[in-house]
Design a protein around this ligand. Structure first.
Ligand code: SF4
Ligand code: SF4
Ligand code: SF4
Ligand code: FES
Length: 985
């Protein structure tokens, strides 16, 4: 701690704390236009000038040291602050009353008031540029731009998309996209970081424009007139009077603009933010306080919400009549469901019914769904889509370290010395998590190794990019482990203290020599040695993986190999280390946690365990089934075999996202009774007998659990659309029609019941999750949680981890003479999964209207394919037609299809082969043949897609270039101590 004197009073501060934070913490008013705590010091605006030991310095650019004497309000400091702000106002026209940014949080407005500015000393100077309206989601108005550089800093160093810069040397500096392109023709990925941090109205969400204020929707011409009036009266009335008026208007806005906290509905990163709404109009997404994301979002979380108000929303139950559906009342639909499920249960037993919960829906909804299955229907036939992606990773971790979750937080990944990403297109599938890795790599010298079939963004950024043959990850991971052990490079002390099973594991590694690995994987022994040395030399290693590992027949074993490697190198039990299987859907972790799985009650408590069953039976007042149920993969087979007769599924596009879609759809056609609950009439609804209209996340309360095991509350933003209901209410309705007597009034009561029965969630309550508060499981009864999962012990009785011996078999579906190309598939930044939500976002449709198959330049040349050529792909299981996109992201005879299509779904081509332990389909093991069709269309990727852009990487806003301008001088007359403190220092 340091003791400083602040405006005459002694004050304690942490050594190394930014002075501006100390001043703000003391509640002292200080102008600060460019400073944002999450961006760090940018030092472009000079408005935070204070006197330190008699010299003028920028408070944001200096850290405290002992005995510092700081004065924020001396005549010299005040004059410098005022002069600096006058220069800011030269770039900005104050027309607050008719500005959509006048919502109480405008930095320019608030600083004008704080400094009691009455008149603009330096007249406003218009910049000779048009407003850029080209991007579908936001616009840039150069005339209002303060040149504070916050947006540049956010884009360069937080998002690390590196699109923005400021041309400081130009006569009229402005913000540039890719060095001077229109926004829509640049590399901008529409993540919205820049818009979120802009302190004024220069960058604004288009959804705000004309909607936020009482007077801002008036026609442009009239608006211009009003702005002129404001400017005309300013010389006489002064800003004081004008601001009073605008503040009255801003206060009126508070009464009709609601700000509600929610958690993103898309991926498992778990971003949270406020949703600003006016009636049912979404004004904007405002991220700031989220424990995971702070100011960060990706295009989906920031701008991907049009689907909520889509006219396609289901608002009434539907009942099949022949080939058609007719509208029905809730009573009729629920009565029919109860009658048919009861009849089928009476005729064939409870195990003739299967239930599928949704990893898009809340924890409370998954809890109720599995309770419905077990306590009401009487079957353990319950599952969720974590089977399709995450179950192998969970198995790998259960085998080795005892919990099936990420071993730390995203913050722990940031702290790693080396990050190894295997089989994960992180920048597109987990965009905000990827920003933290990109930033640590760019600013703090974190090392990055990427192993993947495709050279995606993370691969391009990597220090080392490995391209093993498909399905051989277990081999090279195990070969590295063997090499490390053979060379005596393993972490002996860690192994001694914390790990069992070394001898047996070592024996299992015998076949994994570097030579054998070289043969199997195509990676050279030298490369493998290099990776091994990078791992053992790093102070901390985190390994991130996803569907590129798990969606293989060896998915569980490859996940285990990752954890084995971490164990022998001592990379667990501290920050900057650990295993991070990246969860796909927003609540796929939670759906598993809640027992939406055939073998486990909530909290991974086995259905085989009589003691566990007794506890649930006592609470639920029923006898529970004892046999493990069918998982979703087995359910499809059981339908085909005539054993499973009825299914109830919610929030899941199973007919397209399950592998071997033709086989799955054929099975659905054979069901005697099928209930599907969704917010849209999905492809799967087409097979249903009854369709129930549900409500999306913005229309309900509940909790999601993210990839970090982070449990977060979402609050209701809108009422459910008339006729639709939140899923938890529907599941309760179905249960009660089947004779249960549930009476949950609010999801908090469901959580309370679940927590009382589930040690993993014991201390979770809505009170402890109020607002932006979060908990990371396991949560003890007293509310203590565990951001870092293993600190004192691993989750086995003796507290020690277990090395798990492995062997390797060839992947299935290898290319051969008939099916000569390997087909890979996965996610895409702009769309989520099959695209049922994101295709209903107009801006996303414009940017990314369709799917495609990626073809390597060499294959394209060989087959005469250009981007836009229509091709016919045939596998052993089905066929699709799709347009080609020629790109060097893929190589040789490997193709890649994004999974976002309902017309040409990749799963018509994939097989029913699966990981034998978890039954996770081997989506990534597919072979196809390709026929070139005569039609050549436009490229499936329009030129306005960010992938065509050319980023301009630089280390932030580069304020030194502003300071180097001949017309720049430091405000005030004192000496300035220039100090750059970037985040990495
Ligand atoms: S990528 Fe685009 S939206 Fe995101 S911060 Fe950069 S310029 Fe802004
Ligand atoms: S557009 Fe960028 S530089 Fe201009 S005011 Fe906004 S954040 Fe600052
Ligand atoms: S990274 Fe994931 S959670 Fe965050 S905004 Fe994007 S989709 Fe939503
Ligand atoms: S707040 Fe802008 S220079 Fe310090």
């Amino acid at each position: 701690m340091s003791t400083i004197t602040l405006n005459g009073s002694a004050r304690q501060a942490d050594n190394g704390q930014r002075l501006i934070d100390v001043i703000n913490g003391a509640g002292i008013e200080l102008p600060q236009v460019c400073y944002h705590p999450q961006l760090g010091p940018i030092q472009t605006c000079d408005t935070c000038m204070v006197e330190v030991d008699g010299k003028l310095v920028r408070a944001c650019g200096i850290v405290v040291s002992d005995a510092m004497k700081v004065t924020t309000n001396s005549p010299a400091a005040s004059a410098a602050q005022r002069q600096a702000f006058d220069r800011v106002l030269e770039n900005h026209m104050l027309y607050c009353t008719v500005c959509d940014n006048n919502n109480g949080n405008c930095t320019v407005h608030n600083t004008t008031k704080m400094l009691a500015v009455e008149h603009q000393k330096i007249p406003f100077k218009s910049k000779p540029f048009e407003v850029d309206n080209s991007n579908p989601f936001y616009r840039y108005d150069p005339d209002q731009c303060l040149l504070c550089g916050r947006c540049v800093e956010a884009c360069q160093n937080v998002e690390v998309n590196e699109t923005l810069s400021i041309n400081w040397e130009d006569e009229h500096p402005r913000v540039l996209w890719d060095g001077g392109k229109a926004i829509n023709e640049s590399s901008c990925v529409s993540c919205g970081h820049c818009v979120t941090v802009c302190p004024c109205n220069a960058l604004m969400e288009k959804s705000m424009l004309g909607h936020a204020g009482f007077f801002t929707s008036i026609p442009k011409k009239a608006l211009k007139g009003m702005i002129e009036v404001v400017k005309d009266i300013e010389p006489e009335a002064g800003y004081g009077a004008i601001l009073k008026l605008s503040e009255a208007e801003s206060a009126m806005r508070q009464s009709r603009v609601r700000r509600t906290k929610t958690v993103c509905t898309y991926c498992g990163v778990g971003c949270s933010f406020d949703v600003w709404t006016k009636d049912r109009h979404i004004l904007k997404i405002a991220p700031e306080h989220g424990a995971t994301n702070g100011i960060s979002t990706c295009i989906k979380g920031k701008f991907g919400w049009d689907f909520v108000n889509s006219p396609d929303r289901l608002t009434t139950p539907l009942i099949r009549e022949g080939d058609k559906f007719r509208q029905a009342s809730w009573d009729e639909a629920l009565a029919l469901i109860a009658r048919r499920l009861s009849e089928i249960k009476a005729a064939h037993g409870p195990d003739a019914i299967g239930l599928i919960s949704s990893s898009k829906c809340t924890n409370e909804e998954s809890y109720l769904m599995q309770k419905l299955a077990r306590a009401v229907v009487g079957t353990n036939n319950i599952d969720n889509c974590s089977r399709y992606c995450q179950a192998p990773a969970t198995t790998g971790l259960f085998r080795t370290v005892g919990y099936g979750g990420d071993s730390g937080s995203i913050r722990d990944i940031e702290n790693a010395d080396l990050v190894l990403i295997v089989g994960s297109n992180t920048a597109e599938s987990h965009p905000v998590l990827a920003t933290r890795v990109k930033s640590a790599h760019k600013l703090r010298g974190q090392k990055l190794i990427v192993a993947d079939l495709r050279e995606h963004e993370m691969a391009r950024r990597a220090d080392l990019f490995l391209r093993p043959r498909p399905g051989t990850d277990l081999v090279w991971l195990s070969a590295i482990s063997r090499y490390i052990l053979d060379q005596g490079l393993a972490h002996a002390a860690f192994l001694d203290q914390w790990v069992n099973g070394l001898d047996e594991y070592r024996k299992s590694l015998e076949p994994f020599t570097l030579e054998a690995a070289e043969q199997a994987t195509g990676l050279s022994a030298e490369t493998l040695k290099k990776v091994a040395h990078m791992i053992v030399e790093a102070k901390g290693v985190c390994i991130l993986w996803a569907m590129g590992i798990t969606q293989h027949t060896m998915g569980s074993d490859s996940s285990t190999a990752i954890s084995n490697l971490l164990l022998i190198t001592g990379n667990y039990m501290r920050t900057g280390t650990g295993a991070y299987p990246l969860r796909g859907h927003n609540n796929v972790q939670g759906a598993g946690d809640q027992g939406a799985a055939p073998g486990a009650l909530p909290g991974y408590q086995s259905v085989d365990d009589p003691e566990v069953r007794r506890r649930f039976e006592a609470a639920w007042g029923v006898k529970l089934p004892t046999n493990k149920g069918l998982d979703n993969h087995e359910m499809v087979d059981a339908i085909q075999q005539g054993k499973l007769k009825a299914m109830y599924l919610f929030g899941e596009e199973m007919s397209l996202v399950d592998s071997n879609a033709n086989y799955v759809q054929d099975a659905f056609g054979k069901l005697e009774f099928f209930v599907v609950q969704d917010i849209f009439f999905s492809h799967t609804c087409g097979f249903a007998d009854v369709v129930l209209p549900a409500a999306p996340s913005l229309e309900k309360e509940g909790t999601f659990t993210s990839t970090e095991r982070r449990i977060q509350r979402l609050y209701q933003v809108f009422e459910p659309l008339d006729g639709s209901r939140p899923d938890w209410k529907i599941v309760q309705d179905v249960a009660n029609h089947l004779g249960a007597n549930w009476n949950f009034k609010h999801p908090s009561e469901i959580m309370a019941e679940m927590a009382s029965l589930t040690p993993l969630y014991a201390g979770v309550s809505y009170e402890r999750l109020e607002g932006y508060k979060t908990l990371q499981w396991p949560v003890a009864a007293d509310g203590a949680d565990q951001p870092l999962l293993y600190t004192k012990r691993f989750n086995f009785p003796d507290g020690k981890a277990r090395l798990f011996p492995l062997s390797w078999t060839q992947p299935t579906e290898q290319p051969d003479a008939e099916f000569d190309l390997h087909l890979n598939n996965g996610r895409l930044l702009e769309h989520f999964h099959e695209g049922n939500l994101t295709y209903r976002v107009e801006g996303i449709r414009q940017k990314t209207p369709d799917t495609w198959v990626e073809v390597s330049p060499e294959l394209a040349k060989e087959r005469g394919i250009v981007s836009g050529t229509r091709v016919h792909l045939t596998s052993r299981h089905g066929q699709v037609r799709v347009r080609a996109l020629v790109t060097d992201r893929v190589h040789d005879k490997q193709l890649y299809m994004p999974m976002n299509s309902t017309e040409s779904p990749v799963n018509r081509l994939t097989s029913s082969n699966s990981d034998p332990i978890t039954h996770t389909p081997a989506y990534k093991e597919a072979a196809v043949r390709l026929e070139v069709l005569p039609e050549v269309d436009e490229s499936p990727l329009p030129r306005i897609n960010s992938r065509f852009g050319h980023p301009t990487p630089q280390q932030g806003v580069l304020v030194e270039r502003k300071w180097g301008r001949s017309d720049y001088s430091i405000p005030g007359n004192g000496l300035v101590q220039i100090q750059i403190h970037r985040k990495q220092e």
